[in-house]
Write a protein that binds this ligand. Sequence first.
Ligand code: SF4
Length: 556
Amino acid sequence: MHMFCYQCQETGDGKACTHTGQCGKSEEAANLQDLLIYVLKGVGIVSDALIRAGGPIDRRIGMFVCEALFTTVTDTNFDPHPLRDYITRALAIKRQLRARYAAMVDGPEGCASTRTVSEDAQVVWDATDAAEILKKAYTVGVLATSDEDVRSLRELITYALKGLAAYTYHANILGYFNDAILAFLYRALTAVSRNDRLGELVSLALEAGKVNIEAMALLDQANNETFGQSRVTEVPLGVRKIPAILISGHDLKDLADLLRQTAGTGVDVYTHSEMIAAHYYPTLNQFAQLAGNYGSAWWNQDEDFAAFNGPIVVTSNCITPVAPAYASRIFTTGPAAYPGVPHITRDTHEGVDFAPVIALAQRLPPPTAIDRQTFTGGFGWRQLAEAAPRLVELVRTGEIQRFIVIAGCDGRDASRTYYREVAERLPATAIILTAGCAKYRFMKLNLGTIGGIPRIIDAGQCNDCYSLVKIALLLRDACAVRSINELPISFDIAWYGQKAVAVLLSLLHLGVTGMRLGPTLPGFLSPRVRAMLIERFALRAIGPSAVDAQAMMVGR
Ligand code: SF4
C-alpha cells in the first residue's frame, strides 16, 4: 500500500484509495497532504497550549492554518511542490510558536504543562530536508491510528475541520475573523491527535458542527457586507460574442479583483460551477462584463473548459486533472494547485494580479455556446425571512405540503442522477431548498411556482448552506414548533467532500434526524460509528428515487 485516503465519496471501492486517488491525486501528493495534516496538528497543539496559558491568538497564523487545511480538501491541490512549501511554512510557524510558548510559560526549570507540549511527537518532529519530509510523509497517515473506531471518529472530525477551515479562510480573505473559531480549531486538532475516547470524540464531532455554523455565519456576514446583500437574480447561461475568462471555485474576492481589472479591456467574465452565486451580489453583478454562468458542475470541467476557448481561473476546490484541450490556458489561485498549471499568488494589499490572464483572453476566441437558458437564484435567508409569513400561510393552506432540502455536492458518479429523479418525482406541492453544486442535477427543470414562490429555491454556493440552516430555524420559529424535526421538511443531502461533512455535522448538532445521505454513506465511517449515527440520528442511505420521493412527502 502506497497511500491511504478515504476522505471523499469517490474513494476506491467505497473503502479507500490505496495507489492513485480516484480523483487523480498522486501517491506523493496524498502522502504530503497526510504530513501537512500531521504538522498542522502540531501547530494546533502548541497554539492550544498557548491559548490555555493566556496567550493571544495570532490571526495571521490562524489564516495560514485554515488555508493549509483547505488545500488538503478533495480536488483542491494536486501539486507536491506547494504542498512541500505549506509543510515547510507550518514547521517554521510551529518553531516560532514553541519559542513563544517557552518564553511565556517555561521557567528555567520547566513545568508539567510545558513538558506535555514539548514531548508530543507532532510538536517535536521537524525537518528541513526534502528527502526526510517525504520519508516521514509515508508514516503519519490515517492508518497511524490503529483502532478503527477511533480512527473513524478522528477522521470524521478532521474532515469537518477542513470544511470549517475552508469557510473561515474565505471570510478571512475578506478581512473577517472570529478568534473563537480558531481556538476551537486548535483544541480540535489537539484532540484528534491524542484523544481516543469514543464518547468524547462523538461530542467533539457535534461541537465541530456547531462551530461550523459560526464559520458559515462569519462568511455569510463577510460576503453580504463586502459585496452587498445577496438578492434574487436571473443569471444568463448563454454566451456573448467577445473573448472571455471563465472563473471557477468559490473565491468571490478573486472574482471581484478580476472584474475590476477586466473593466474596459473588451474581455467578458463568466462564472463556472459554484461561482454562479457571485451573480447574486449587487456589487459584483453591477459589472457589465460579468456575462453569465457557463457550463455546469465541477466534474464536467473537461467538457466545459474545452468549449470555453478562453482562459480559465480556478480559485479553490474543485479542480480535476487538467486535459490537453485547455492545459495552456488554465491558472490557479489561493489553495488550488495542479502540476504544471501557473499559480497566481495574492498580494496582501493589491489582491490577485490577473494581467497575464486578461492578455491571454484578448488573443483567444469567444466561448462556444452550450446553453441558452437562464437560472434564477439568490434566495438568501434574509429574503426568505421576509417571505416566511407567506411560506407559513402556503403550508397552512396545503399549497406547500413539504420542503425538501436537496443540497450539497454534485459529482461524477452516475448514481447521482438520483437527485434529478427525486426533483422530477416530487409532487407540485413540494419546494426544493438547495445550495451547492448539487443543484446542477435539477436546476434546469421547469418546476414552476407555488403561490408565486419558485419550487427550486437556491441559496447559492455550498458556502451558503448557512442560509438553509437559517431558513429551517426561521420556519421553526414562524411555525412555533420546538424542533426542526417537527417541520414539514426533509433532508436529502448529496455529499462528496469535506465541506459537506462539516455541514452534515452542523445539521446533526441541530438535532436533525432522519436525513438521507447519498449517493453512498462515507467509507470512513467504521461499522460501529455508522451504527451509532443510524441509531442516534436515524441517518440513512438514499434508496430508489421513487420510493424516497414518496416517503419524504409523508415525513419518512
Ligand atoms: Fe480517493 Fe477521494 Fe482521497 Fe481522492 S480525495 S484520493 S478520490 S478518497
